[in-house]
Design a protein around this ligand. Structure first.
Ligand SMILES: *[C@@H]1O[C@H](CO)[C@@H](O)[C@H](O)[C@H]1NC(C)=O
Ligand SMILES: *[C@@H]1O[C@H](CO)[C@@H](O)[C@H](O)[C@H]1NC(C)=O
Ligand SMILES: *[C@@H]1O[C@H](CO)[C@@H](O)[C@H](O)[C@H]1NC(C)=O
Length: 588
């Protein structure tokens, strides 16, 4: 019999729930002069009794739609894409229920057509950000006192809306704004976001059922409170899902959040924000505040109310924020929790026993989908000399068929990059052209005349320590080192030591001993580790995601323990037997 919740009643009695035979047994404990008095209230079936979350909530991964010719989802999406053509949406800052326009006006440009301004928005300055902080802190108490089931309902409802009526609109805004193909938008802005909302809500509700032991005469209850203060969520451009989750999950756990959406994901982020509000999220719980990065960072880190930062972006920016937190430590009421995800230099290790076709197709997808702008994208590969001729030929054959272009053309695999990535990727391509140790075997061209265009590029490096094998590029650039096939143990060591990152990695080998050796050698080299599968494509609740070393704080969003990061539990011991004696028995 498992205790799954405790409710404290106004008349000082308590109601305890126990999981029994798939149902829920409710007991009432009344304080009385005779000690503990138990009465059985009722025994109910779970499905008919929704207020008490006794057992697991059934949640499944959202199915990924196909968008095949003639399908209803394709027609709806096409309509949503047409609706955005030539239009500029106006997106204000939202603090409480107030729409605020500052003088600092910005635009979100479509990455494959610079002359299309998809959104007009404005930056919140220091003053507005401080106002947002105070308003959210004032709203916190009431929100945090709401039962977790009520807050979870907001996310369940938001997930249903995104899965249904708003799917096409959010997909279209993700495609046009962030330059994603239909499949990449679908797995991000629909499937992953829906999964994040549903699974985190489920995990949060289930967390309440983890309760401490009781002893004779007293009951112990763990209350999962939100953090005291506000959480700052800094979202990246590449995933609509991350933006939504970044702000939505802490709110679920009873926190208030300042959400700084990415400039280049503004349109999709605002749509998600509105879905949350339409699903019952009260004003002031999530403040929608686009802002200049440094202004946002300086303002939140100097507020005494800062309780946590959740960041996704580059290592230097994350380090800057963390240092600011350290410098201001004396200012805060709490020790702020700092969580970050900062990218990777993900590897594909190929052993001579590997299945060549899996290596080729897995690597093409991992390295080039969404233009390599996924933190999990494969960007370095280690291939034995015996297999290289076949693998190289396989890569080149597919490379010829890759189309890079306008995302509304359905057959493109790799899409264009966004502006912030373009200059950096170009630098790496120029470096590859001038370095004697590097040989471009496919692609290598880029231009930014009309959109930001980078050709999927494959580079062979004769030096495994070349910077291109170690540093993050965040674009469609794959570097390959070909090793003498019998030196694979040294190569495993090399993989572990070449790069500061440790996010994802894959081992391709059919020889079981090699799979085991690699798992040991690479134990710290990746937080998400794949065997005979590509390094990308993690699914919420199946492969909770994150890495250590320079890749971040490895908090594994998408897994059950993640929600704990955003709670500050309180344990309540209530004794029902009066205390009569101050002496211990040994004192006679
Ligand atoms: C690019 O956007 C502009 C402004 O919305 C529009 O007039 C033009 O037709 C677009 N070009 C293409 C090729 O879609
Ligand atoms: C933190 O960021 C990750 C993405 O890096 C996101 O999935 C998660 O929901 C965020 N968590 C919070 C509490 O903001
Ligand atoms: C998204 O992009 C940011 C850079 O802005 C990067 O740090 C992060 O790892 C990326 N996340 C994913 C899931 O690709």
């Amino acid at each position: 019999m498992n205790k799954c919740f405790t409710l404290h009643h106004e008349d000082e009695s308590q109601i305890l729930g126990y999981n029994v035979c798939g149902g829920c047994l409710l007991l009432r404990i009344c304080p009385s002069s005779l000690g503990v008095h138990l009465s059985i209230l009722m025994c109910v079936s779970l499905c008919s009794f929704r207020t008490f979350p006794c057992a697991a909530v059934e949640v499944k991964n959202e199915p990924i739609l196909g968008f095949n010719e003639g399908s209803p989802e394709r027609a709806e999406l096409q309509k949503a894409l047409d609706d955005l053509k030539g239009k500029t949406e106006e997106i204000p800052c939202v603090v409480g229920d107030e729409h605020v326009w500052t003088k600092d006006i910005r635009y979100q440009l479509s990455p494959f057509n610079h002359s299309h301004k998809l959104a007009k928005f404005c930056y919140a300055g220091k003053e507005l950000l401080n106002k947002a902080i105070l308003a959210s802190v004032a709203a916190r108490r009431e929100w945090d006192l709401k039962p977790i089931q009520d807050r979870a309902q907001v996310l369940f409802k938001a997930a249903d809306i995104i899965s249904g009526p708003k799917r096409a609109e959010i997909l279209a805004k993700t495609m046009i704004g962030q330059g994603k193909t239909v499949v990449q938008a679908e797995i991000d802005a629909a499937a992953e976001l829906i999964d994040f909302f549903r699974f985190n809500a489920k995990h949060a509700v289930e967390l309440e059922s983890q309760q401490p032991l009781d002893s004779d005469g007293s009951t112990n209850t763990m209350l999962y409170r939100g953090l005291e203060g506000f959480i700052a969520a800094v979202a990246p451009f590449n995933f609509t899902a991350i933006g939504g989750n970044l702000a939505g999950t802490p709110a679920l756990m009873g926190n208030v959040v300042l959400w700084k959406p990415s400039d280049t994901a503004m349109s999709a982020s605002y749509a998600v924000y509105n879905v949350l509000r339409d699903s019952g999220l009260p004003p002031n719980i999530i403040q929608f505040v686009p802002a200049d990065g440094p202004v946002f960072g300086d303002t939140i880190t100097s507020s005494e109310h800062l309780a946590g930062i959740n960041f996704t972006g580059s290592v230097p920016t994350f380090k800057r924020l963390w240092k600011q937190v350290a410098q201001n430590l004396d200012v805060y009421k709490n020790f702020p929790r700092v969580a970050g995800e900062c990218g990777g230099k993900n590897f594909h290790f190929v052993h001579k026993s590997a299945d060549v076709q899996s290596v080729v197709t897995g690597t093409i997808r991992s390295a080039f989908e969404y233009g390599g702008q996924k933190c999990s994208a494969c960007s370095r590969m280690y291939v034995p000399d015996s297999l290289w001729p076949q693998i190289k030929q396989g890569l080149l054959d597919i490379h010829k068929q890759l189309k890079v272009g306008d995302v509304s053309v359905q057959q493109t695999l790799a899409s264009r990059t966004v502006s912030s990535s373009f200059a950096r990727i170009k630098k790496w391509l120029d470096h590859a052209k001038s370095s004697p140790k590097l040989n471009i075997i496919a692609g290598g061209h880029c231009n930014d005349k009309k959109g930001y265009f980078v050709e999927p590029t494959i580079i062979e490096s004769t030096d495994p320590q070349e910077a291109i094998m170690a540093e993050e590029i965040f674009g469609p650039v794959l570097s390959v080192y070909v090793y003498p096939e019998n030196d694979y143990l040294e190569v495993l060591h090399l993989i572990d030591n070449t790069s500061p990152y440790a996010l994802t990695g894959a081992v391709f080998a059919l020889d079981k001993n090699v799979v085991n050796e690699a798992a040991k050698a690479l134990r710290n080299a990746a937080g998400n580790y794949y065997v005979n599968d590509k390094s990308t494509g993690s699914i919420v609740a199946q492969q909770p995601f994150g890495g250590a070393r320079a890749s971040g704080t490895n908090d594994k969003p998408g897994g059950p323990h993640y929600v704990l990061r955003w709670t500050s539990p309180q344990v309540v011991k209530a004794t029902h037997v009066p205390l009569r004696e101050w002496k211990y028995p040994y004192m006679g």
